[in-house]
Design a protein around this ligand. Structure first.
Ligand code: NAD
Ligand code: UDP
Length: 319
């Protein structure tokens, strides 16, 4: 049942992607109207097909590199390919999406005088020299490497958000999202959790890059979406940037072993070369999110992997 009193019309760019589709679903369940704008570059109709019958859900096929004219009360800007395989396949388009896309969405927010949230990333820290990463760390980023289109695009997008805020008083929210996983990850986009689960379920070797000692900290999608919505609804003075992620850090080798164990797979580990500029360690310091958003992740890795494995068993193996 729609709650007309509290209901807003909310634009989610990248709404057909992994995170965007979960965000659209949650916002609809809270009684809001949702407009999903997506060019389906890495998003899929199957992520949102279950939402299409909802009369308060609307999909626009649109590339945010071009201006968009809609009337909304809030904007979540998630549009951008997020996996290294996808963002590196057309790096110029990745940079355009981050920068032209941010300018267009900020222009829209400015005209409408509405809040806008940017899905930034832990990649703004690059290959970090401090550990765990706090928001006041400026990062260690290669400006001309294979990951730069994404890292520098997202860094410049943050600059644009803060310049619009300082110059025009626009209400902004910047979330630095750390590795997130869960159902609706794109099966072949090369991200580690989906890669390992699919390899384990299909009996292929698990491709661990390097010696597997690099670390990541994985956040389950439901926790992340809760964090994004809390951030959007936080007092206007709190702009971020704020880290959103799960501080539970593990090596990629440990992740591979866990996935093999949980799927009961006979897959072996196949050691492959480490991609260039692959960050060595990554773990969010979430003190700021705890204090300002009263947020911390609740899902432990085993439970989250169980749900993600179940999703890939049902929707990937049976399709
Ligand atoms: P995703 O690739 O599943 O979703 C991105 C969506 O944006 C897709 O639906 C894609 O079609 C759409 N898109 C791409 N370029 C577009 C354009 N020019 N115009 C309109 N739509 C466009 O990725 P995701 O994991 O859901 O990530 C969503 C956002 O969160 C991204 O901005 C990403 O940088 C950020 N993020 C994600 C993670 C993570 O671990 N998933 C971590 C850090 C940051
Ligand atoms: N990785 C791996 N095997 C894979 C895919 C990724 O060992 O099949 C490693 C990758 O080198 C990186 C980590 O897993 O160290 C996370 O990779 P992902 O692409 O998921 O995210 P990001 O590097 O952007 O954090």
């Amino acid at each position: 049942m729609k709650n007309f009193d509290a209901s807003k019309r909310i634009l989610v760019t990248g709404g057909a992607g992994f995170l965007g589709s979960h965000l659209c679903e949650t916002l609809l369940s809270q009684g809001h109207e949702v407009i999903c704008a997506d060019n389906f570059y890495t998003g899929r109709r199957s992520n949102i097909v279950h939402l299409l019958p909802n009369p308060y859900f609307e999909v626009i096929r649109h590339d945010i590199c071009f201006p968009l004219y809609v009337e909304v009360d809030e904007i979540y800007n998630l549009a951008c390919p997020a996996s290294p395989v996808h963002y590196q396949s057309d790096p110029v388009q990745t940079t355009k999406t981050s920068i032209h896309g941010a300018i267009n969405m900020l222009g829209l927010a400015k005209r409408l005088k509405v809040r806008i949230l940017q899905a930034s990333t832990s990649e703004v820290y690059g290959d970090p020299e401090i550990h765990p990463q706090t928001e006041d760390y400026w990062g260690h980023v290669n400006p001309i490497g294979r990951r730069s289109c994404y890292d520098e695009g997202k860094r410049c997008a943050e600059t644009l958000f803060f310049d619009y805020h300082h110059q025009t008083g626009l209400q902004i929210k910047v979330a630095r999202i750390f590795n997130t996983y869960g159902p609706r990850m794109y099966p072949n986009d090369g991200r580690v959790v989906s890669n390992f689960i699919i390899q384990a379920l299909t009996g292929q070797d698990i491709t661990v890059y390097g010696d597997g000692s690099q670390t990541r900290s994985f956040c389950y999608v439901d926790d992340l979406i809760d964090g994004l919505i809390r951030l959007m609804n936080s007092p206007k003075e709190f702009t971020g940037p704020v880290n959103l992620g799960n501080p539970n850090e593990l090596t990629i080798r440990e992740l591979a072993e866990k996935v093999i164990e949980m799927t009961g797979s006979s897959s072996k580990i196949n050691w492959e070369p480490l991609p260039t500029d692959d960050p060595v360690r990554r773990r969010p310091d979430i003190t700021l999110a705890k204090k300002n958003l009263d947020w911390q992740p609740g899902m432990n890795l085993a439970k989250g992997l169980e749900k993600t494995i179940a999703y890939f068993r049902e929707f990937y193996l049976n399709s």
